[in-house]
Ligand binder design. Structure first.
Ligand SMILES: [Zn+2]
Length: 346
């Protein structure tokens, strides 16, 4: 039976066999470039973001649309200073918290009101209303608790705090606060109609912190987000950047229905932990997608499918966000690889 994109994605996430492997694009920057507008203007306009993401979907025919506006939306809503360059994603320039002991003074965000969070939610509503019966819409709840806390405190300061074991109580209070903010946005995304939400805990991986630190400062908070979303009847994906081979067992244990796998992670190990428990998403290199040939993308996608599609439970996609200059022919090659090599014969 041939499925539409929505059925294909849902069947895969439910760990049943779809007609073929579905494909996701991690495409907020690509969408900004395709719009032809300055990035800063683009990320402040739900109409532009929705139109561009729907345009990409009509052009490439992927199965999962990931909606986000970069990595700074919640940080800005909680008081960080953010700049919006014309041709690159937004960046935090000033943290919200100069002293850890001021953690009690932070003001919780309202996703329907603060900074660009309402733009994000409106984008989800627009895309869901227009094409949400055909395609799976994932409304990202921005950064996960660890990464959001790091942005609020300043990434270097935060890593130093952890390394020196300073003011542990305040650190955990900051993580609690960040977790609450993430949960509010995640639930608001589901309320806005997203089929799933997702968090990018970009900084919580072994490239920056040890497994022990992950277990103390990131895992319990990610798990709390996942459990709250699941209690509300929702689906959620967990993304961590870099080589997560050493913690992928725990990423699966958070209970997230989708675990996103960076290109550097050992995919066979991830598959072993995920088999029968959650769906994997990944892991074609975004660098290859922007710089290599279409033949190379076909090869990388085929390798991902061979390693992780057995028995179902794989969404083919980039291992992290795609660069804005990713050429069309490489995106077509990624989508086509799922159609050529990802067919299940049940
Ligand atoms: Zn990443």
């Amino acid at each position: 039976m041939v499925m539409n994109a929505l059925e294909r994605a849902l069947t895969t996430i439910n760990l049943q066999l779809p007609d073929r492997v579905p494909v996701d694009l991690h495409s907020f920057a690509l969408a900004a470039r395709h719009s032809g507008r300055p990035f800063g203007e683009f990320f402040h306009s739900a109409d532009l973001m929705a139109e561009a993401q729907i345009g990409l979907w009509r052009r490439f025919g992927h199965d999962v649309i990931l909606l986000e506006n970069g990595t700074t939306a919640t940080a800005e809503a909680l008081g960080c200073k953010v700049v919006y360059p014309d041709d690159a994603p937004a960046k935090v320039t000033e943290p919200a918290l100069n002293r850890l002991s001021d953690v009690g003074k932070l003001r919780m965000c309202n996703p329907e009101k603060d900074a660009t969070l309402p733009v994000l939610l409106r984008t989800t509503r627009l895309v869901k209303n227009q094409i949400g019966r055909e395609v799976f819409v994932m409304g990202r709840a921005d950064q996960g608790p660890f990464s959001l806390a790091a942005m609020l405190r300043g990434i270097n300061n935060f890593l130093m705090d952890l390394a020196y074991g300073r003011e542990k109580e305040n650190i955990h209070q900051l993580l609690d606060f960040a977790t609450e903010a993430v949960i509010r946005l995640a639930l608001a995304q589901l309320e806005a109609g997203a089929h799933a939400t997702s968090i990018g805990d970009s900084l919580a991986g072994p490239s920056l912190i040890s497994r022990e630190m992950y277990l103390e400062y990131a895992y319990p908070y990610e798990k709390r987000v996942v459990e709250t979303v699941k209690k509300a009847g929702g689906l959620i994906a967990l993304h961590i950047c870099g080589d997560t081979t050493l913690i992928v067992d725990k990423m699966v244990e958070t209970g997230a229905q989708i675990v996103e796998i960076d290109e550097r992670t050992d995919l066979a190990t991830a598959k072993r932990h995920a088999q029968g428990r959650c769906c994997l998403l990944g892991q074609v290199s975004p660098t290859a997608l922007s710089h290599e040939s279409a033949e190379m993308i076909t090869h990388l996608a085929q390798k991902t499918i061979e390693t992780a599609a057995g028995g179902g439970g794989l969404i083919l996609g980039p291992g992290c966000a795609m660069a804005s200059d990713t050429p069309d022919e490489n995106v077509h090659a990624l989508v086509q690889a799922a159609k050529t090599y990802g067919v299940y014969h049940s």
